[in-house]
Design a protein. Structure first.
Length: 106
């Protein structure tokens, strides 16, 4: 009977040791998973920042291109207006001279 009690006691000690080992192993697994999650979260944040930076740079490039295009268009419009005004100078000058000469005898 004493031998049976010793075996039971021994089995209980082994079971307790197995439980303690399993708990330690589980803590190690949890720690590993937490570390992996933290690494993954940092990588995801970095990827999100990189993607946002790319989008901002693409928007800058588009804005620069649009500003350049508008500048070219406005420059062409100004040149056209200058040319039209340049063509009217002789006629306008003639009209002013005629007006001055025509009213000069008053």
């Amino acid at each position: 009977m004493k031998e049976l009690l010793n075996e039971i006691s021994q089995a209980e000690r082994q079971a307790e040791q197995i439980r303690m080992n399993a708990a330690e192993e589980a803590r190690g697994m949890v720690k590993s998973v937490e570390e992996a999650c933290a690494i993954s979260a940092r990588q995801s944040q970095r990827a999100a920042r990189d993607a946002a930076s790319r989008l901002v740079e693409e928007a800058r490039v588009c804005a620069r291109d649009e500003i350049h295009q508008l500048s070219v268009e406005k420059s062409a419009q100004r040149e056209l207006m200058r040319q039209l005004a340049q063509r009217r100078i002789p006629k306008t000058a003639a009209a002013l001279v005629e007006r001055i000469v025509g009213h000069g005898d008053r």
